[in-house]
Ligand binder design. Sequence first.
Ligand code: NDP
Length: 289
Amino acid sequence: MTATIIDGKQLAQKLRGDWKLRADRLNAAGIAPGLAVILVGEDPASKVYVRNKIKACREAGIRSEEHVLAADTKLEAVIALIERLNADARIHGILVQLPLPAHLPQAAVIERIAPDKDVDGLHVSNLGSLLAGHARFVPCTPAGIMAMLKTTGIDLRGKEAVVVGRSNIVGKPVALLLLQAGATVTLCHSQTRDLAHHTRRADILVCAVGKLHMIGGDMVKSGAVVIDVGMNRNAEGKLAGDVDYGAALQRAGWITPVPGGVGPMTVAMLLGNAVLSAERHAAEQGIKL
Ligand code: NDP
């Protein structure tokens, strides 16, 4: 069996076209959707991610602001900037690029973003609303994963879903979303005994660890849907996932490539959340779109 490739780049492009239509309607109604991106420090990968997000905003008709702060910026200064952006009516979404430098506690920073502008969906209030089943903003990578699963046409009800990795950004929220879609979910992590035992019975396998090729082909159930979130560098310095793609391609029913899978979807879903936030703002003002 050779798996069908779930092309994240193509799906992201389609979704970005949809968001652009909605952003155009907002702009025509006098509401320019606005996203503020805060980058603290010089992490090269973070700089690339921020650049990509800003470019994607421009293409989708979303106004973006980039706030670059020095690596040694104090917590008080980061919070002051967030509070200024919280109060700015032209800003509908605020994103703090992670990871932050070690001296800045991530939770203390994220908790200062107004929940109705937290387009990454990482504020405890937004994670709580996700847990309760009425998410205000679904975190971008998990939202992208669910959109990719939808394209397979597979009914998730009753399926065995195994998520490897339990971060607040990917693993836990995607496990919740799969649960809400009716799957029976197993969440694995670094303390899990016999990981292969779990992955081999997964109809849906989501890997979000950050370890090159840790999921071998023999760990994949025949015909499974394999979603590879991991972003690693291989020996040639090229981007590669957590899954041994070549081997898994021969066993899975569907598979996402790295690059060109989950990554582009994450950016697309961020734009979607920014547009959604601006639409809510318009509705609050009684503006019809
Ligand atoms: P974290 O480092 O926050 O979490 C990694 C998770 O993997 C932890 O829960 C950890 O377990 C688990 N883990 C570590 N080793 C093992 C192991 N041997 N077996 C099973 N589980 C293990 O990472 P993130 O969730 O932030 O990111 C994961 C990967 O996804 C990274 O490569 C990251 O770059 C990528 N990523 C990609 C995105 C995209 O858009 N494509 C977006 C976000 C992330 P424990 O909790 O016990 O420590």
